[in-house]
Design a protein around this ligand. Structure first.
Ligand code: GTP
Ligand code: MG
Length: 196
């Protein structure tokens, strides 16, 4: 994927232009922001952190590639960080509810999760929201560099069985799986690359 432009476009409150959206949602520290950077071939466009809970707002990045019309990649705050007070949880619920409700621009929900974890109630909730909205789901199983090849295959298969969604093992470190994520993005916005 040839990136022509990748810029921060503001938070959910600043967005005026309606473009197809690819949302990245998942547990705190799962690797959402790193995955967006890796997909865009940028080190620090999106802030990442060793400290969970870095992303506290819904951040939009406008992305133009040679192959696709302009899209937004949407970095959502993480959920499930144990040290964050209960108030944060309802803040996340509120943000997420407002983000998803009536969002006709949303084309693909990428659920970002550490490949070593199982599908939990929050991921289930996200899958349900997407299915009610008729939005495609991709599970991006991150940190695949932390396991060996046979573990990677087994863990991805188990996630596929328990989520009934497409699962791609990815790593922002060794960049494996990124092409598969781009293919899913392509498909979700209805562009067939071999027609271009
Ligand atoms: P919040 O913004 O807190 O919700 O976290 P996030 O999901 O955006 O995670 P972030 O991208 O900030 O990454 C969290 C930590 O995991 C950082 O220390 C990253 O360097 C690390 N990390 C992310 N992706 C990978 C990966 O594919 N492999 C490895 N080994 N580490 C990763
Ligand atoms: Mg983040």
């Amino acid at each position: 994927m040839k990136i022509k432009r990748a810029d921060y476009a503001g938070t959910v409150h600043d967005i005026r232009e309606l473009l197809p959206e690819i949302a990245f949602s998942g547990r705190s520290n799962a690797g959402k922001s790193s995955l967006i950077n890796a997909l865009l071939g940028r080190k620090n466009l999106v802030q990442t952190s060793k400290v969970p809970g870095k992303t506290r707002n819904i951040n939009y990045f406008i992305v133009e590639t040679v192959e696709l019309p302009a899209i937004y990649m949407v970095d959502m705050p993480g959920y499930g960080y144990a040290r964050i007070a209960k108030g944060m949880k309802s803040e996340w619920d509120g943000l997420a509810r407002r983000y998803f409700s009536g969002n006709t621009g949303l084309k693909l929900l990428i659920i970002v999760m550490d490949i070593r974890r199982g599908i939990d109630k929050e991921e289930r909730m996200l899958i349900n929201i997407a299915s009610r909205m008729g939005v495609r789901v991709l599970v991006a199983a991150t940190k695949a560099d932390k396991v060996n090849t046979s573990e990677k295959i087994g863990l991805a298969a188990a996630l596929k069985a328990s989520s009934s969604a497409e699962v791609i093992a990815v790593s922002s470190v060794d960049r494996s799986g990124l092409a598969g994520v781009w293919d899913a993005i392509d498909k979700s916005i209805g562009i067939k690359r071999d027609h271009i």
